[in-house]
Design a protein around this ligand. Structure first.
Ligand code: CAO
Length: 282
């Protein structure tokens, strides 16, 4: 009936052998029209996104102060660690704090199960609450957009997540991301800020209920309220702050706006106060 099932996606991913991964054709200075077939990754994106856009999307955006994450990351980078990590980017901190925030909002990590009812009545719809936080990372690779996931983030440290991310990035550069890495994602993060952009409208992956997108971290003027220690007077002043824009999309058939707003507040609180994040780490 034209629907893309989870099975279709997994089968498609499974047959993407290394030799099949083609670089997308990027035309330059065209002097005449050119027609080219889609690459396998483009075909897969076409199918999944067509299915995804059947989901009624709810969008929500906010900006988070990033100053404390910058200091937190500098502290981690300078610490001696026993892991084989060349460099820690902001991404493992985003990923771990996202997972900690998710613990209170398992609905965002859930999926929908639709079972056909005998006798032609309307389908039975169930929610699968998933215990594993397999966080998909939208990744720009030479073959195109891929979304491998880091499995069981809820059990991993920031260093371990960083190791997984580096492994996936290295594999991505060589078109060697395995089908296992592409399977069983439960929720997605997309950091487009490495390239540019501010707020965006990410598209929920059809087997998930929520996606968050990170925009460019920028130093911007913002008002700050300060209290004069001597006079007790409350004043407003303009200060330079590092700000990161965050955008969410969620499946509005299951997720309401209040849930996303509360989740965002929780994630924001953890990122703006990394000390709170560290006390919640297992
Ligand atoms: N704003 C500004 N700078 C950022 C940033 C942000 N939101 N996120 C990361 N950066 C910086 C990093 O700090 C790093 O700089 P330094 O080395 O000076 O610290 C630099 O950008 C490069 O980061 P990176 O790419 O090495 O690593 P990462 O872990 O931050 O990102 C990944 C990993 C996979 C998200 C990224 O490589 C990528 O592929 N981004 C594109 C994602 C994408 O395609 N999204 C769209 C999906 S929908 O079509």
């Amino acid at each position: 009936d034209g629907r893309v099932t989870k099975e279709d996606v997994l089968n498609h991913v499974a047959y993407l052998k290394i030799e099949d991964v083609q670089k997308p054709y990027v035309p330059q200075y065209l002097v005449e029209d050119k027609i080219v077939p889609l690459t396998n990754i483009q075909k897969s994106m076409f199918k999944i996104m067509t299915k995804s856009l059947q989901i009624p999307h709810f969008g929500y955006s906010d900006e988070y102060s990033f100053d404390n994450v910058i200091s937190f990351r500098n502290m981690i980078v300078q610490s001696n660690n026993q892991f084989s990590i060349k460099k820690i980017s902001y991404m493992p901190i985003f990923i771990k704090s996202f997972s900690v925030a998710l613990q209170q909002f398992p609905i965002l990590n859930a999926s929908i199960i639709e079972e056909e009812k005998d006798g032609g009545d309307s389908n039975v719809i169930k929610i699968r609450y998933r215990s594993a936080h397999n966080i998909g990372i939208a990744m720009d690779t030479p073959g195109g957009l891929l979304v491998p996931n880091i499995k069981n983030v809820q059990t991993k440290s920031i260093f371990e997540i960083s190791e997984d991310l580096q492994r996936l990035q290295e594999a991505g550069k060589k078109n060697l991301i395995s089908p296992t890495d592409l399977k069983d994602g439960t929720i997605t993060l997309s950091n487009i800020g490495t390239i540019g952009g501010n707020f965006l409208s990410p598209v929920v992956v059809c087997s998930e209920l929520c996606i968050a997108a990170i925009g460019r971290i920028q130093r911007l003027p913002r008002f700050e309220i300060i209290k004069d220690n001597i006079t007790g007077e409350i004043k407003e002043q303009v200060v330079a702050k590092n700000i990161v824009p965050i955008s969410f999309s969620a499946d509005h058939r299951i997720i309401d706006g209040v849930t996303i707003a509360k989740f965002s507040q929780r994630w924001k609180n953890l990122l703006e106060n990394p000390a709170l994040l560290s006390v919640e780490l297992r």
